[in-house]
Design a protein around this ligand. Structure first.
Ligand code: ADP
Length: 542
């Protein structure tokens, strides 16, 4: 017997319909790339997205075509997503922080037909265009008054482009499993791999993301995604924020501590989300210049492990609740968030910070398990590390062109490449990327845990731990430290600081001071580069 409910395909652009109908007057406030603060409503965003759909259709863009964007978070970027989705084309976000050769490789792999690009990246687009034969047209996300001189053939301003149609257009209707978006993983090893979201996965994922134990967002909120839309599906914010009708505050190109602080305070932001490095910049700015965050209720921190020092500062100095999150491009991207379940309601002080340093528990639609190298499932005792595997309706079933097939097993589990333990209440903690874990004498040492503690030292700006060859133990940890400007901690100071906070056998065999630590295009520590740089380092313990 079948249920007698309506066939109502989960199409992602119905989210902006809902926002326009139920919360039509709510604003999307952006720091424009041109400079001034710009305000628009969901109702207007929907009308302009419809115009973009109509205009793209006139250019012959059809269901399944890939349309790339390389842009900061602004209302125009949001409109491009919905305009592309509305005719069944596929938004393909490009990360401008990648090397140009890598971007060209990705565009060719996806066979992008069009590119929507911010003023900031026009020069980059000029360099890319000759290398991407499928690219037919570049639209610059500005108006005619701000159009730059450009060698891009046929380039047009976005406002002129959508101004050529009247908006008398209806969204297309199609199967909910149709591709909606593409985002490539940064590919720190090997070529980047394309993740392809569907309308169904984006919609289900947004429904999951808005829950109180996840983003905890409602129409009363003013949400600022600092995480760029080009990073891991924008952490779903393009869908989840309009879905509940919250005000959206978009920081544009202003990603430094001062600009973020201005937007947070002037626009009375109640929820915000970004990687730890952004929050380090904000907190440093506030330490130097003072300030408070009276409207900010909570901050979602993920993308790499959130050091406890950041959690403490937000909560103790500024009364802002931290929600540590873990996810992956392949997971749409949210996997777990560390909200506090009733079992832990009484925790306070350092015990609470320790819990919040875990990446958290999974919502309905994300199943997880840990297993050993032979695939045997491990117990949830909060100690036993294993390979973290996940499955669910908004998790990749394959990469584009079937790359990386070995990460997917026949039972539908995706191997995240992360190593984690899970406790009795389902709180997961990442201890490492599988390739970064340090194998010492047959036991595993968590590089993340040592890094987290080291950055708690008042003189330390950043810390990274890698495994270095050791004849007896196979690998031992080497700690690389970047000191804050003008500070002068010594190896001994750092060692004393770590002493008692980690197991004795986890103590790094040596500590080196560096001017900087290399990062990937998504802000993670680039361990491969560090391993290349310190590969032949001779530990004093040898
Ligand atoms: P990319 O691979 O393109 O840099 P992703 O966002 O897909 O971008 O990276 C996902 C990986 O980032 C995860 O597999 C995990 O290793 C790491 N990560 C994300 N969030 C956290 C977190 N809160 N703590 C530790 N690692 C994290």
């Amino acid at each position: 017997m079948l249920g007698l409910m309506q066939e109502w395909p989960l199409l992602a652009h119905t989210i902006i319909d809902h926002a326009a109908r139920m919360h039509g007057g709510r604003e999307v406030v952006s720091r424009s790339v041109e400079g001034p603060i710009h305000r628009i409503t969901y109702d207007e965003i929907r009308s302009r997205s419809l115009k973009l759909s109509q205009r793209l259709a006139r250019d012959g863009v059809v269901l399944g075509d890939r349309v790339a964007t390389m842009a900061w978070n602004t209302w125009r970027h949001l409109e491009t997503w919905y305009g592309i989705l509305g005719i069944g084309a596929v938004y393909h976000t490009l990360n401008p922080r990648l090397f140009p050769e890598q971007i060209a490789w990705i565009m060719n792999d996806a066979e992008d037909r069009m590119l929507f690009v911010d003023l900031t990246f026009v020069k980059l687009a000029e360099a890319l265009a000759p290398k991407v034969p499928t690219l037919e047209r570049v639209v610059i996300l500005t108006d005619d008054a701000h159009m730059p001189e450009t060698s891009l053939a046929g380039a047009v301003s976005y406002e002129a482009y959508i101004g050529e149609v009247d908006g008398d257009f209806a969204w297309a209707r199609f199967d909910e499993n149709t591709a909606a978006g593409m985002c490539y993983t940064s590919g720190t090893t090997g070529d980047p791999k394309g993740v392809v979201y569907s309308h169904r996965s984006n919609t289900l994922h947004a429904l999951t993301a808005i829950q109180p134990d996840m983003l905890d967002i409602s129409s009363k909120d003013r949400f600022m995604p600092v995480v760029p839309l080009f990073h891991a599906n924008g952490w779903s914010t393009a869908f989840s924020v309009p879905m509940v009708g919250a005000t959206m505050v978009m920081p544009g190109a202003g990603m430094d501590g001062k600009s973020i602080y201005e937007m947070l305070t002037q626009e009375r932001v109640t929820i915000t989300a970004a990687v730890p490095t952004v929050w380090l910049m904000l907190l440093q700015h506030m330490e130097e210049h003072g300030g408070s965050l009276p409207d900010l209720d909570h901050v979602i921190i993920g993308g790499s492990a959130c050091p406890p020092a950041i959690i403490r500062k937000f909560q103790e100095n500024y009364d802002v609740r931290v929600m540590h999150a873990w996810g992956m491009t392949e997971m749409s991207p949210l996997g777990t968030i560390c909200s506090i379940k009733p079992e832990y309601a009484d925790l306070e002080g350092e015990e609470k910070v320790a819990l919040q340093s875990k990446q958290g528990h999974a919502p309905y639609t994300v199943e997880m398990k840990i297993s050993d190298d032979d695939g045997n499932e491990l117990s949830w005792d909060g100690k036993t590390f294993g390979r973290l595997k996940v499955r669910g309706p908004a998790i990749s079933s394959a990469y584009y062109k079937n790359r990386g097939a070995e990460q997917f097993d026949e039972d539908g589990w995706f191997d995240t490449g992360d190593v984690a333990h899970i406790n009795e209440y389902g709180y997961m903690q990442i201890t490492d990327r599988a390739k970064d874990v340090i194998k010492s004498g047959g036991e595993w040492i968590s590089s993340i845990e040592i890094e987290n503690i080291a950055v708690g030292h008042p003189d330390v700006a950043e810390a990274a731990v890698i495994g270095v060859d050791h004849p007896k133990w196979s690998e031992r940890p080497l700690l690389i430290i970047v000191l804050k400007a003008g500070r002068s901690a010594t190896k001994e100071d750092i060692r004393d600081f770590l002493d008692g906070k980690i197991a004795k056998w986890w103590m790094p065999d040596d500590i080196v001071f560096a001017d900087e630590i290399p990062h990937t295009a998504t802000g993670k520590i680039k361990k491969t580069t560090l391993r290349d740089a310190y590969g032949d380092y001779t530990l004093p313990t040898i």
